[in-house]
Design a protein around this ligand. Structure first.
Ligand code: MLC
Length: 502
């Protein structure tokens, strides 16, 4: 399993750098083992049992990584939370997951103390002072030994990642140790990870992309990850030019910003062994622009929270523009008729469905939603539309749901609409995604004001900010007299997009 491989690296190459934050000290594999064991012993000393949920809302920092790996080691369940979640969203995640422990930034203490008081399952909040400076006290005085076995049951849940839905509140996708291992093993095979790889890690660590694909990827290989606390395009480009790095992973918004920095110059990055793009469709002009500006062909791949990675363009061979490649080793993918779920012939558009040891075990305490997520014969319904070319490449052709993807982050319109409806001036509303060159899509809200209400866009945005993470807040608010709807009164989003996304 992933943890066993990591333990082997710690034993076999204790002096090699595993992690290093920009401007931070290197953490060698041997030091990583000590820090993670101490963190695990600390969690055990608090009475944490296998299966307990440990929620972590921290910026990208070493304590985050130590708590992540330690939680996995003791068989508890790691629940990473975006630091951008405001109190209302955070309360929901903590309550729904019945988290026992919350690990948070001491800077947020005033806000969080009040929140956790009302949560029956919450036992303790551990506040980390200046987490990015890593003055972690528990690391100083605890035993560095690990005297418990690593989880051995592949079906045991390792992490829970919340995903929203078009019809429900966010659901906790349970990712098992077996899922994590299956995915990382197949990515290693497909992408040829090597121990001498150096990853420039600029993604957030609270999603599958930054945490599993990138961070676990490097650690599983016994490679080195250099971590940026946040993505800053000029810094990233300078580093990528330095030839020190061999692997970089990003979302299209990051690649767009890097490409724009080149501003028509040619900057050779061909020393990079692997530069991947995912979490949203890579626009064709960016694919070609990258080749032109950086002498790099981006490798586009396709994944989702419930599975990790599913499909990938090949490391060697054609990386096809507009395509997400072929199933990774151990993964099966098919295209089916969205209504009958009968498999479709090559070239026909239908729903993409996935099978494999990497597919999650289900949503936390939501058996009906879990059942809905799978076909009768056990394939995961992705909700994405696509086709398979006769030579095996898959291409995505849209989403069956009204999901918006902005900067590589998923936004489900109903969540935003529910927040808007709480505003006293909003009589009706509909939220859509409008295409945008930098962000992929921008969240746009069409609102019918109540008679006589005077609310302005700025006030609506401020209202949303108190309830929703910033990336879900509409970037544009348009007041309309009516919303296009069908005979059943359902808003026709396609028509609205036509009208508003000029
Ligand atoms: C930040 N903002 C966003 C946003 N990110 N708004 C919409 N969508 C986003 N994704 C907000 C900020 O809060 C800020 O609001 C304003 O936009 C401008 O911020 P910025 O400084 O320009 O943004 P930045 O912090 O640089 O972030 C942009 C980004 C980031 C692209 C670096 O969004 C990012 O790291 N995206 C990666 C997401 C990711 O890891 N996805 C993987 C999901 S896993 P204001 O109002 O405060 O100014 C998955 C599976 C798979 O999907 O296949 O990988």
């Amino acid at each position: 399993m992933f943890l066993d491989t990591l333990a082997d690296h710690c034993r076999n190459q204790p002096d090699k750098t595993a992690l290093q934050f920009l401007d931070g000290q290197p953490v060698a594999y041997g030091q990583l083992e000590v820090a993670v064991n101490r963190t695990a012993n600390y969690l055990l000393s608090l009475g944490i049992q296998p299966g307990d949920r440990i929620a972590v809302q921290l910026p990208k920092c070493l304590p985050f990584i130590y708590f992540h790996l330690a939680t996995l080691q003791i068989g508890a369940i790691f629940l990473p939370l975006n630091p951008a979640y405001p109190t209302a969203e955070l309360r929901y995640f903590l309550a729904d997951s019945a988290a026992r422990l919350l690990i948070a930034d001491a800077a947020d203490q005033a806000r969080l103390d009040g929140l956790t008081e009302s949560l029956p399952d919450h036992q303790k909040t551990i506040y980390i002072h200046k987490p990015q400076e890593s003055g972690a006290t528990w690391l100083k005085d605890r035993s560095a030994l690990r005297d418990y076995p690593l989880p051995a049951d592949p079906d045991q849940t390792a992490m829970m990642l919340y995903t929203s839905g078009t019809t429900s509140r966010p659901k906790g996708a349970q990712i098992t140790h077996g899922n994590l291992t299956a995915n990382i093993v197949s990515l290693h095979q497909a992408w040829g990870w090597r121990a001498d790889d150096v990853l420039l890690h600029a993604l957030p660590v609270f999603h599958v992309h930054g945490l599993v694909v990138a961070l676990h990827g490097a650690l599983h290989a016994g490679a080195t990850a250099i971590l940026c606390p946040a993505f800053d395009a000029p810094t990233a480009l300078d580093l990528l030019r330095s030839r020190r790095f061999s692997v970089f992973m990003g979302v299209p918004t990051m690649h767009r910003r890097l490409y724009q920095l080149a501003a028509g110059r040619r900057i050779d990055l061909s020393h990079m062994r692997l530069m991947t793009s995912g979490s949203d469709r890579l626009p064709d002009d960016l694919f070609f622009g990258y080749q032109e500006a950086f002498n790099v062909t981006l490798l586009e791949r396709y994944g989702m929270t419930e599975t990790g990675m599913n499909l990938s363009n090949p490391l060697h061979g054609e990386r096809r523009v507009g395509a997400v490649g072929m199933p990774l080793p151990g993964v099966s993918a098919r295209i089916v008729d969205p209504d009958t779920e009968a498999p479709l012939p090559d070239g026909e558009i239908g729903e993409v469905q996935i099978k494999g040891a990497h597919v999650f075990k289900g949503y936390w305490r939501q058996p009906e939603k879990t059942a809905d997520a799978f076909s009768a014969d056990g394939w995961l319904r992705t909700g994405d539309l696509g086709l398979r070319e006769p030579d095996g490449y898959f291409t995505l052709k849209g989403r069956a749901k009204d999901l918006i993807i902005t900067g590589g982050l998923n936004v489900y319109p109903p969540e935003v609409e529910l927040a808007l409806m709480e505003h006293p001036a909003v009589a009706a509303c509909a939220v859509i995604g409008c295409p945008d060159a930098e962000w992929g899509e921008l969240v746009v809200a069409a609102i019918i004001r109540r008679d006589g209400a005077l609310a302005e866009a700025a006030g609506i945005s401020a209202f949303c900010r108190e309830r929703l993470a910033t990336y879900k807040v509409p970037r544009r608010v348009v007041f309309v007299k009516e919303l296009p709807s069908n005979a059943l009164g359902k808003v026709q989003k396609a028509k609205l997009r036509e009208a508003l996304c000029g």
